[in-house]
Write a protein that binds this ligand. Structure first.
Ligand SMILES: NC(=O)c1ccc[n+]([C@@H]2O[C@H](COP(=O)([O-])OP(=O)(O)OC[C@H]3O[C@@H](n4cnc5c(N)ncnc54)[C@H](OP(=O)(O)O)[C@@H]3O)[C@@H](O)[C@H]2O)c1
Length: 433
């Protein structure tokens, strides 16, 4: 039984976890892979005192791994765009298979990387990049291979979900963000997490693997959670909804929707129960219906679990001498469809609107009439007499599903009314059907 030799680049959170789990479960993993998996080299900027590498050669130069004769799989766990791209492309050029946890790299440079890998006949696997330990790429690409996937919706950033969960108790965004940073859930610069960029990276990859379209990160619509208030969270709850930060990809006839934004979801839906740092992804297939994948989206050993699943996949393929058991995005390149990402004005959604109106007779009728002129039906409406402040009263509306274009026009008109002197708050809502 030929052993498969792995070179780990980056010995940080995920690199350390991967080293530890591969070492601890070596026998079990070999039994599953059909061949022993040996860590033949490790490279990272610094050695770690808490990890005993034994006699495994260590280097500060990650590029050494891409050239080494005794490495079959380069495991890229350094993160970032430029150096990681160069590292992965060099590894491919040198005929190495690649396993990565780097969603930013795949979302932005994936088309180029897969093309290079296909030319060289090597595997590039990226399960750990999407929802950490949850094997959702394998579920979409292999488990659901018989389905036409119609939509995917997920909580795919644990930091954002933790913040929104804590805000349900009435706490302000800034206070909870500071706490998330203290607990190590959020980075010192939390922009990628709270502004939805990290989620957009993952959604881009999920959409491509689900629908069979090239990666189009630059076309994803991204809206963060920093403007969500405890007030809107509480009023969404009164309407029977919970606010979650979702990545949503939907296949439409003339393109795909690709969007990350705060979303009202029915409290009764399973995804509304996903709290704290946990992740969950809903995938709807025409044959199987709605499925949900739930678990830890980050963490050293949880993410290592997905990295190692990919290593085992590569080992099995190498053993079977089929270089590419599963195509990179689950579809043969010739079968990829050139479906464009639709402009946000063309997406369809229900909407929560909060309108600060002057307390004058007939205001409600005027609001209802503007919505009706734009073909927008109202699902529920609340006027909070008890919250009358400085002559203004909040009107809260949940609409039926309409096109974003209709809502944009209606909001413009509402904001032009003399009875409405503040910007209308708008949050999209999903009923998952
Ligand atoms: N953390 C998670 O839970 C998680 C979950 C899913 C996916 N991921 C992805 O996994 C990847 C790694 O994340 P991480 O959290 O493990 O990051 P991390 O803890 O910062 O580890 C990165 C490691 O790579 C080293 N490194 C970076 N650039 C290098 C270079 N040019 N040369 C040599 N060494 C270099 C770093 O060294 P220094 O520390 O000295 O800079 C560090 O040891 C990222 O793509 C991330 O998005 C992480």
């Amino acid at each position: 039984m030929k052993e498969v030799r792995v070179g780990i680049c980056g010995l940080g959170t995920v690199g350390g976890g991967t080293y530890n789990v591969l070492t601890r479960n070596a026998e079990l993993i070999a039994g599953r892979a059909g061949s022993p998996i040996r860590i033949s080299r490790v490279a990272s900027r610094r050695r770690r005192d808490d990890i005993d590498l034994g006699d495994i050669p260590f280097s500060n130069d990650i590029f050494e791994i891409t050239k080494a004769e005794d490495v079959d799989i380069v495991v890229e766990l350094i993160g970032g765009y430029d150096v990681a791209r160069e590292l992965v492309l060099t590894a491919i050029e040198n005929g190495k298979h690649v396993v990565t946890a780097n969603k930013a790299l795949i979302a932005v440079h994936g088309n180029e990387i897969f093309e290079a890998a296909a030319k060289r006949g090597v595997i590039v696997a990226y399960e750990a990049g999407v929802a950490g330990g949850i094997p959702v790429i394998k579920a979409v690409r292999e488990g659901m291979a018989g389905n036409r996937i119609d939509w995917i919706a997920g909580i795919i950033n644990g930091t954002g979900n933790y913040i929104l969960t804590e805000m349900r108790a009435g706490r302000a965004f800034d206070e909870v963000l500071r706490e998330a940073q203290d607990k190590g859930y959020a980075e010192a610069d939390p922009t990628f997490d709270v502004e939805g960029i990290d989620a957009a990276h993952k959604l881009t990859i999920l959409a491509s693997a689900g629908f069979g379209v090239p990666l189009q990160f630059e076309r994803a619509y991204t809206e963060g959670i920093s403007r969500i208030t405890p007030y809107d969270i509480a009023h969404a709850e009164l309407l029977g909804y919970r606010i979650k930060h979702l990545g949503i990809a939907r296949r439409r006839e003339n393109g795909i929707e690709l969007r990350v934004h705060p979303t009202l979801v029915p409290q009764s839906h399973l995804i509304a129960q996903v709290d704290g740092v946990l992740n969950a992804v809903l995938v709807d297939g025409d044959a199987v219906g709605q499925t949900m994948y739930y678990g830890p989206g980050a963490g050293d050993e949880a993410t290592a679990s997905a990295v190692i699943a990919d290593i085992v996949d590569v080992a099995r393929s190498v053993a079977a001498e089929s270089q590419q058991r599963v195509p990179y995005l689950g579809f043969e390149p010739s079968a990829l469809e050139n479906l464009d990402v639709l402009p946000m004005e063309d997406i369809q959604s229900a909407y929560y609107l909060r309108i600060q109106a002057l307390d004058r007779p007939g205001v409600l009728a005027k609001v209802a009439s503007v919505l009706s002129e734009h073909g927008i039906n109202i699902e529920s409406i609340m006027q909070k007499e008890s919250e009358l402040e400085e002559g203004k009263i909040p009107v809260i509306i949940l609409t039926h599903t309409v096109q974003e274009r209709q809502i944009n026009r209606a909001i413009e008109e509402l904001e032009a009314l003399s009875d409405i002197q503040e910007k209308v708050v708008r949050i999209r809502a999903e009923n998952f059907n």
